[in-house]
Design a protein around this ligand. Structure first.
Ligand SMILES: [Mg+2]
Length: 353
């Protein structure tokens, strides 16, 4: 275990609903071997603290950032001089406190699709299953579907085939297909196969390209997935970032922003960090917050206070913070606020009997 390992206290374990004690167990991830894990007790079930933490971190970042989405950074500072740090909802869509947005919704579509198809399914089968979940989600008329995803899902209705959808998006958007809509939802790919980089790359690319067929989206989704996988396996922050960026460079050209990134990330002025809806901006901002902050709360708060596409940047940063610090490192007051249905689905998603 790296320095990021943190055990689960028995007090915390009891609050989840079991009378179990902290334990470090041996867990078999489907098809990927055996690894020592910090386990958290969920009633009669157990789950990996970092795996669950990653998904919860994403949801908490999304819920915190929902308030500041589309807000100018100067306005965030004016309204919260001490920082926006409580999950209170509101924002442009008038969210209830604890509600999550499209980032978590679509990540949970991946969870459901992959579980339904089976973790051993061929990539094409996984893509179709995830796509069915996207279409189910769209049928519920969520208020906040991003433009690129909206286009892709409309094209799927006409074409019924994800490769043709990708061609259609590429044709219509070209360079503008590099939005952050694939990066924001890709986290679960890391959690099903944390020790199988080949599988992460294959599934991550296929699922990303369903809606965002662009080399920069390829790079960002793969780099993020591999980084999360390193972190849930107990990797250190900087070495995990270095390995993930290097491996992502083998599947897509490295955006110039990530050339020599670790050599200068601690010298970048915070004001130079953009939190737009462009995938390169989002990944850079999330990495910046993750590397600059010592704990999960600090990382997620910093991201949500960037404004603009704050919910997505905080969701992406929150996934990293949760993967590194684990569920036990996330603020309990936020977990208590998180939408109960979403919270329960996340806990159940990776629980083991
Ligand atoms: Mg969102």
């Amino acid at each position: 275990m790296g320095a990021g390992f943190r055990g689960v206290t028995s007090r915390r374990a009891k609050t989840v609903g079991g009378d179990c004690r902290e334990r470090v167990g041996i867990v078999c991830h489907p098809g990927v071997g055996v690894a020592p894990r910090s386990m958290v007790c969920l009633g009669d079930m157990t789950a990996d603290d970092k795996v669950i933490g990653a998904l919860l971190g994403l949801a908490l970042g999304d819920a915190l950032g929902a308030t500041t989405e589309f807000m100018a950074r100067s306005e965030v500072r004016r309204r919260w001089p001490e920082g926006h740090r409580e999950i209170v909802g509101g924002g442009v869509f008038g969210w209830a406190a604890g509600a999550v947005t499209d980032d978590t919704d679509m990540a949970l579509c991946l969870v459901r699709g992959i579980r339904r198809a089976g973790v051993g399914a061929e990539v094409g089968v996984l893509v179709r299953a995830v796509g069915e979940e996207f279409m189910r989600w769209r049928a519920r008329n969520p208020p906040d579907i991003g433009n690129t995803v909206r286009l892709a899902l409309r094209l799927f209705e006409e074409a019924g085939d994800w490769e043709r959808v990708a061609d259609g998006v590429r044709e219509r958007l070209g360079e503008r297909a590099g939005g952050n809509g694939a990066l924001m939802r890709t986290l679960p790919v890391s959690l099903f196969w944390p020790a199988d980089e080949r599988r992460i790359v294959d599934v991550g690319l296929a699922v990303s390209r369903m809606t965002h067929p662009h080399p920069e989206a390829d790079f960002c989704s793969v780099a993020y997935n591999l980084l999360v996988a390193h972190l849930v396996r107990g990797g250190e922050k900087e070495s995990s970032v270095a390995k993930a960026l290097a491996r992502a460079a083998t599947v897509a050209p490295t955006p110039s922003r990530f050339e020599g990134f670790l050599d200068r990330v601690f010298r970048i002025d915070a004001n130079a960090i953009s939190s737009s809806g462009y995938c390169v901006d989002t990944l850079e901002a999330a990495l910046y917050c993750f590397l600059h902050e010592r704990d999960a709360e600090g990382c997620i708060v910093r991201a949500a206070n960037l404004g603009d596409d704050a919910d997505t940047v905080a969701a992406v940063a929150g996934g990293l913070a949760g993967a590194f610090h684990g569920r036990s490192g996330l603020p309990s007051r936020w977990l208590e606020r998180l939408d109960a249905r979403v919270h329960a689905e996340i806990l159940e998603a990776f629980a083991r009997a």
